[in-house]
Design a protein around this ligand. Structure first.
Ligand code: SF4
Length: 281
């Protein structure tokens, strides 16, 4: 379904999307960086609304949210992302050409009922803002929980709206500041701001995917941990093991690096969990 975007302004026949800090200026018939928003006839539309590419019951621990109760949550993804990480684990969901199913809100809401609620995940859900906002309101009306798994790259006004609806945020903190633009196509300070604003209001857990040579060097990781602990050292932190994926052929993170990073992280954060490990640590 074509849904008029909520956040944009018109500049002649172009539109400027105001949903995320990219502020894409989009000419008629073209899409923004995320691939999920298009200028149609001089107005901006969400192309992903009403489409799911993945729908599954997942353990809440897999989001990963280790400190937000127990149970399964219906997890849905659509398509589009405002980052371009070369190690993306869900790169098939970047494009609107992906296999997708048209679905009514009522079907999703019914499927969510036996679980904790609804998790917006798999692709980057902030670029599906209108659908997420609408469904999150209905999930709340059902007395259930909303969970957001995100890169945190969203502008302040739409973020505020989601903060009023989302009960738990799982936010990726991917890179040191100097690598965010080239590797992800974003800015570290926006992600840290989202973590801070969300943590003021609700439950947050942060994940750092440890990628050799990018964020595993002691000084680099210490720098990231300092910034995170400056928000609050009580934020749960997941250190996740990287495996080669998509366009990245950087070798898998060594187990020794995982254990060393865990010890180092405990200097800064009170709750640290290792993820993607061969056995429970
Ligand atoms: S949400 Fe998409 S279209 Fe809008 S500014 Fe971000 S990348 Fe561009």
């Amino acid at each position: 379904m074509l849904t008029r975007a909520q956040y944009y302004k018109k500049v002649g026949e172009d539109v400027v999307c105001l949903l995320c800090p990219h502020k894409c200026r989009i000419g008629k018939g073209h899409r923004g960086i995320c691939g999920a928003r298009e200028n149609i006839g001089g107005e901006l539309y969400s192309l992903s609304d009403g489409y799911v590419t993945a729908l599954a019951y997942d353990s809440i621990k897999k989001k990963p949210l280790s400190f937000f109760g127990e149970g399964e949550i219906l997890s849905m993804g659509s398509f589009g992302c405002n980052f371009h990480c070369d190690f993306c684990q869900n790169y098939r969901l970047l494009d609107s050409d992906v296999d997708k199913k048209k679905i009514d809100d009522s079907e999703i809401l019914e499927l969510a009922k036996p679980s904790m609620g609804l998790a917006y995940t798999y692709n980057e859900p902030t670029v599906n803002f209108e659908m997420v906002k609408r469904l999150a309101g209905k999930i709340k009306d059902q007395g259930q929980l909303n969970v957001m798994v995100t890169n945190g790259y969203i502008d302040a006004s739409p973020r505020e709206e989601l903060l009023g609806l989302i009960d738990a945020w799982s936010i990726d903190y991917k890179m040191p500041a100097e690598l965010y633009p080239s590797v992800c196509g974003g800015r570290e300070e926006v992600v840290l701001e989202t973590i801070a604003r969300a943590w003021e209001r609700t439950h947050v857990e942060v994940t750092i995917l440890l990628i050799p040579g990018r964020n595993t060097q002691e000084e680099v990781l210490r720098g990231m941990l300092e910034k995170l602990s400056a928000i609050d050292r009580n934020i749960p932190l997941h250190l996740s093991r990287y495996f080669p994926c998509y366009k990245s052929n950087i070798p898998t993170t060594a187990l020794e690096t995982m254990y060393r990073s865990y010890e180092l992280a405990l200097d800064y954060m009170d709750r640290v969990v290792l993820g993607n490990m061969p056995m429970r640590f």
